[in-house]
Write a protein that binds this ligand. Structure first.
Ligand SMILES: Cc1ncc(COP(=O)(O)O)c(C=O)c1O
Length: 436
């Protein structure tokens, strides 16, 4: 049976790997090598002119990392992926590859804090400017914010920390009307809960540090290319320009589109950005992500089930002003959640605690099971105060725009027994009940 007929749970364990090609090892081997014997000068000629797929140097490609790239691409039913040493590297290389020569990105204020701050403070120094639109949910108004040099729309499918859902098909239609791609950070959802490509996205990004690997033991990222976007010459000349580094056997320069065709974006991200900026994922870390992915569906189902139980408990709690999770009736994203997330909308939830920031801080200190740290999607349940840590770079005005008040507590619900997690929350509420 060909691989593309297989189901998600088969692909997550087997895609991109054939034991026969690896000494019949059933567990993906860790190819701990910096470089590869080129064999002969003739073979080297074929490899450098892209006539033969071959291993060159682990900064560019590696057989263990390659399995991870193929596996994640298969889970998203996409033709190609590129693994990098962090989610931030995946975001940065994507934006560099898209905006060479400068340009604007239309985005939402509902983003991971690191992305928000990079977009506000760092990437503009490189000629990449961002419009944090308040109209991300109002397409007619949003369209007015597309400028001649806007090169893409960027959103998180489920936002961190507030669980805002982006209406991907609507955003994709708008982007395509203006000949620009839609980039979706699908970290919180994972390929198990949502496939952005099925809804029109062009490039998908993962921080594999989160639920994709799922055990809080690795920093990793991926860019996935849907392979369908038509890179028009006027806005994206970088895919059409001939490069000597892409020369054929006769020494003729070629473009990324000539060499990589539909996956020109991943080709460019690998050969220009990974190659020369160098944020390579180590084979061992790729192996850890692969092991994590083997149980992705099972873990996410329990994450979702535990989240449901905790939401039911929190909804009745007298200690809370407001809860944010797209599956709640009270959420403005409830309809989108039913439409696009039938298997659940992730295990990140946030709530505004009564008693303000001061109580929030005491509440975190009073928790005994939830671990206080900056990560999400771990098997362990986690808690964080976004204003201070994950979104600590945001000014007061930015926090207001991003809808992150100082009494907001974010939980990443893990895989422990939900009864213990609820008991832990309850005792921390009780211990801090004097703050009103
Ligand atoms: C939604 C989202 N995207 C990207 C990142 C960055 O990923 P990494 O920490 O792997 O660089 C994070 C990290 O928290 C995130 O939450």
């Amino acid at each position: 049976m060909s691989e593309n007929k297989q189901k998600f749970d088969t692909l997550k364990i087997r895609a991109g790997y054939d034991p026969k090609e690896h000494n019949y090892a059933v567990s993906v081997p860790i190819y701990q090598t910096a470089s590869y014997d080129l064999g002969s000068t003739q073979r080297a000629d074929r490899i450098v002119s892209y006539r033969e797929d071959g291993w060159l140097y682990t900064r560019i490609n590696n057989p263990t990392v390659d399995v991870l790239e193929k596996r994640v691409a298969a889970l998203d039913d996409a033709p190609a992926a590129l693994a990098l040493s962090s989610g931030m590297a995946a975001i940065t290389y994507t934006l560099f590859a898209l905006t060479e020569g400068g340009g604007r990105i239309l985005t939402s204020p509902y983003l991971y804090g690191g992305s928000f701050d990079s977009y506000k403070s760092i990437l503009p120094r490189f000629g990449i400017n961002f419009d944090f639109s308040k109209n991300i949910e109002n397409i007619k108004e949003l369209e007015k914010e597309i400028k001649p040099d806007t090169k893409a729309i960027f959103v998180e499918s489920i936002s961190n920390p507030n669980g805002a859902l982006a209406d991907i098909p609507v955003l994709a239609e708008l982007a395509h009307k203006h000949n620009i791609p839609l980039i979706v950070d699908n970290t919180v959802a994972t390929p198990y809960l949502f496939n952005p490509f099925k809804h029109g996205a062009d490039i998908v990004i993962y921080s594999a540090t989160k639920a994709l690997s799922g055990h809080g033991n690795v920093i990793a990222g991926l860019i996935v290319d849907g392979g369908k976007f038509k890179w028009n010459k006027e806005k994206f000349p970088q895919f059409h320009k001939k490069h000597y580094t892409l020369r054929d056997e006769e020494g003729n320069s070629r473009s990324y589109l000539d060499v990589f065709g539909d996956t020109a974006f991943i080709g460019k991200a690998r050969m220009d950005y990974l190659n020369y900026f160098g944020s390579a994922l180590s084979p061992f870390d790729a192996y850890l992500v692969l092991i994590g992915i083997e149980t992705l569906s099972e873990r996410i189902e329990k994450h979702v089930a535990n989240t449901k139980k905790i939401l039911e408990y929190l909804e009745k709690s007298p200690h809370i002003k407001k809860i944010h999770h797209p599956t709640l009736q009270s959420s403005p994203y409830n309809e989108l959640s039913k439409k696009y997330f039938p298997k659940g909308a992730g295990s990140i939830l946030s709530f505004e605690i009564k008693g303000g920031k001061e109580r929030g801080q005491k509440f975190i200190d009073a928790l005994e099971i939830f671990t206080y740290l900056a990560n999400l999607g771990d098997a362990k349940s986690l808690v964080i105060d976004p204003f201070k840590v994950t979104h600590g770079e945001l000014t007061d005005d930015d926090l207001e725009l991003a809808k992150i008040p100082l009494n907001l507590i974010r939980l990443s619900v893990g895989l422990e027994d939900a009864r213990d997690l609820i008991a832990d929350l309850e005792q921390a509420f009780e211990k801090t009940a004097d703050y009103k």
